[in-house]
Design a protein around this ligand. Structure first.
Ligand code: DOR
Length: 426
């Protein structure tokens, strides 16, 4: 699609400078106050808004192929664009698993066909995410895959993880770990603590996560290959990452919005919308995750967008699948619940994740000569989350009825508006 000329007029950059952004043929041509706007340019009004780089999500379950009843690449992409995203890393726990060149190509093609965000498939570390045999990392890396994970499960076998890190090091790719020692977490449906005792539900202890974080830090120290920690949720994990970074190790970490906004007390009514892995933790953990985002221990906010059909989420707490929606609410939750200065907000929602995903050439920064991936935020808009109005196919948001401050007004991907005045354009 030819992008032509587009101007985003009257907004301010993250540092408060007033600036118009002029885009020509998909590339940022000017960023300046009262910039000269070509006569044929389409104009997006950004008055009162903050104009920054398009957001990058390191962690979305788009469910295609295999579970199109819950989400498709197209519906997930639309949710992402409405959330301000221009790039999304698609998790490989699909059916079939993204563990071969053919499935990588399929997901990529589906992303291109939807045409709403750049979809970057992550590859699995092990075949079928079964934790037994290494997937063909080189075959997928040759196609440009830069992030590998068995997300949904952690790689349990120490030797296999070590070997995978050695391969990753040679290939220049990053392994992203879902930290959960299944020998401790098996059967647990929420955080193990006072609330799980009160509710009589089996719990997952914090140590199930922290032991795997500690193991991977030890392996990272030996092999030197980067490790990215997915959805860190406990104070102990945050502290382990903080110390590993102080030691100069190439580790990075992300936090999901639900881990800095919700706690295990939310499960008091046995509502499965709050069931998620890793589970919602205690207030002290929630505060530690927030602190990690503020002090740069945590590099990224990642949604862990996990759509599930109503039929499956309506099962009992023991049987319902874990996971909650995230793409359409992440930015507003960050704006409402965290007091991050705007440059730090874009660091954790755009440039940080772009660096981790190794897509910083196209994403993560708004600059002259760069691909025009832009997010325009109206910080003054207050809105109520209405689960019936979400673009996602699924409805499992834990935030229904919550009033949030700050909303995406426009999203521009590659010079083309995918969202205009809060409306998806396709
Ligand atoms: O809650 C979760 N849901 N955690 C995961 O790691 C996987 C995800 C899913 O795929 O539903």
């Amino acid at each position: 699609m030819s992008a032509g000329a587009l101007a985003i007029r009257g907004g301010s950059l993250a540092d408060g400078t007033r600036a118009d952004v002029v885009i020509i043929d998909g590339v940022v041509a000017a960023i300046a106050e009262n910039a000269e706007i070509p006569l044929d340019a389409a104009v997006l009004d950004a008055s009162g808004c903050i104009v920054g780089p398009g957001l990058v999500d390191l962690h979305a379950h788009l469910r295609e192929p295999g579970n199109e009843a819950a989400e498709t690449v197209e519906t997930g992409s639309r949710a992402a664009a409405l959330g301000g995203y221009t790039a999304v890393v698609a998790m490989p726990n699909t059916t079939p698993t993204i563990d071969s060149a053919s499935v990588v190509n399929l997901v990529r093609q589906l992303g291109e066909r939807a045409g709403l965000v750049d979809v970057y498939p992550a590859g699995a570390i092990t075949i079928g995410r079964e934790g037994r045999q290494m997937a063909p990392l080189a075959e997928m890396a040759a196609l440009g895959v830069r992030l590998f994970t068995d997300d949904g499960s952690g790689v349990q076998d120490n030797r296999l993880m070590r070997r995978a890190l050695e391969y990753a090091s040679a290939l220049g790719v990053t392994l992203a770990q879902h930290c959960e020692d299944s020998s401790l977490s098996e059967g647990g449906v929420m955080h193990e603590g006072a609330w799980s005792s009160k509710l009589g539900l089996p719990g997952q202890p914090a140590e199930a996560e922290e032991l795997m974080v500690a193991r991977d830090i030890a392996l990272c120290r030996r092999i030197g290959s980067p490790v990215h920690f997915l959805h860190v949720s406990t104070a102990g994990s945050v502290e382990l990452v903080r110390r590993a970074k102080a030691d100069g190790l190439p580790v990075t970490a992300e936090a999901a919005p639900h881990h800095f906004t919700l706690t295990d007390a939310c499960l008091a009514n046995y509502d499965t919308v709050f069931k998620v892995h890793p589970p919602l933790r205690t207030e002290a953990d929630r505060t530690a995750v927030q602190q990690g985002l503020l002090d740069s221990t945590i590099d990224a906010i990642a949604t862990d967008h996990a759509p599930h059909t109503p039929e499956t989420k309506e099962r009992s707490m023991l049987d319902a699948p874990p996971g909650m929606l995230g793409l359409e609410t992440a930015l507003a939750l960050a704006l409402t619940e965290l007091s991050l200065p705007m440059p730090r907000l874009f660091a954790v929602m755009s440039s940080g994740p772009a660096r981790i995903a190794q897509i910083a050439e196209r994403h993560g920064e708004l600059g002259i000569g760069r691909a025009a991936n832009v997010c325009v935020i109206d910080p003054s808009e207050r809105w109520e989350v209405d689960s019936r109005k979400l673009a996602s196919k699924a409805r499992n948001t834990p935030y229904a009825g919550r009033v949030l401050q700050g909303r995406v007004r426009h999203t521009v991907r590659n010079g083309v508006a995918t969202v205009k005045n809060g409306q998806a354009q396709r």
